[in-house]
Design a protein around this ligand. Structure first.
Ligand SMILES: [Fe+2]
Ligand SMILES: [Fe+2]
Length: 314
């Protein structure tokens, strides 16, 4: 952590944008200080009419996932090797990353509020539950496992926001499409950062990094909102309905999960990393064979058709 952390200040400019010139939620929303605000809100509400039930449900789930940012920041701050009293180095990365991420939930939340399609109170209850329930992603305080997780997760959110952008455009909602698009591009930048951290760790500690990667993939990468719930619904059940809806829409599917794994294997040159001890070589073999194995399983899984009434949808 000291080795990679020492380079963080130099890397920051590659993976984060300056605050003054970065986009803000207000850039994509009707301006409530202007006289035409109500007119713009009316147009916004008309534009979302064609969005399907599953689409709105997925967008709400995505928003809640983004809104649980306090969990993610505090989790990362607690990693071994992070010293919160030093404002530079890892602390600087985590705080600046959080500051960028914070705009995602903010923007989506305001858009949904204006859309008139959502029961905001039910959604807010789910958000509060999710932050209160936290998560258990199987990384512990280990930065190696955490960076595998964040690399994977930023790519997964990139895919899902990119797909909701495309679907919004098809449904005649260019404003929402733009919103999902700018968020997706943030996620890609963040993915590049986390992947770069892992790549550097592979250079200096290949065996331990390989074992951490294997361990995370054996456990399966759970989504950060896996504890998602609604009033009167058991913990995790809402999440599985949300993920079914995402699968039905093609916003995030089992195939995407496998494609992301393929990406990571290629980006980190897993096939050609040398200097591995015996256990790490076995871990590498497991990882290299994993995409094909998951594809065989995926062929047999059906996309769930059951439609579930979410309390979030007005
Ligand atoms: Fe995000
Ligand atoms: Fe992200």
């Amino acid at each position: 952590m000291r080795f990679v952390g020492g380079k963080i200040d130099a890397l920051l400019g590659d993976y984060l944008k300056p605050i003054e010139t970065n986009w803000q939620p207000a850039d994509f929303l009707p301006d409530s200080a202007q006289d035409n605000f109500l007119e713009e809100v009316k147009l916004l509400r008309e534009s979302v009419r064609e969005l399907t039930y599953d689409y709105v449900a997925v967008l709400v789930g995505d928003t809640i996932t983004e809104e649980a940012l306090p969990t993610y920041e505090s989790w990362l701050m607690d990693m071994e090797g992070v010293d919160q009293s030093n404002p530079q180095n890892w602390t600087r990365w985590i705080r600046s990353w959080t500051a960028e991420e914070n705009r995602h939930g903010d923007l989506l939340n305001k858009f949904l509020y204006l859309s008139g399609r959502v029961n905001m109170r039910a959604m807010e209850v789910s958000t509060q539950y999710l932050i209160a329930d936290g998560f258990d992603i199987g990384t512990g305080r280990d930065p190696y496992r955490n960076f595998v997780y964040t690399s994977f997760q930023e790519l997964a959110t990139n895919v899902s926001h990119r797909r909701t952008a495309t679907l919004a455009k098809q449904a005649g909602c260019p404003q929402l499409s733009k919103i999902c698009g700018v968020i997706a591009s943030d996620e890609m930048r963040h993915a590049k950062a986390y992947k770069a951290f892992v790549k550097q760790i592979f250079e200096v500690d290949p065996s331990e990094m390989m074992l951490a990667f294997e361990d995370m993939m054996r456990k399966k990468i759970v989504m950060p909102a896996h504890f998602l719930r609604e009033t009167g619904v058991k913990i995790g059940q809402t999440f599985s309905h949300f993920s079914d809806a995402a699968q039905r829409l093609g916003v995030y599917t089992t195939t995407d999960y496998i494609d992301i794994l393929d990406d990571l294997l290629a980006d980190w040159n897993i096939a050609s990393i040398s200097d591995l001890d015996d256990a790490a070589q076995r871990a590498r073999d497991y990882l290299m064979a994993l995409p094909a194995r998951l594809r065989r399983i995926a062929e047999r899984t059906k996309v769930p058709t059951l439609e579930y009434p979410f309390s979030w949808i007005a």
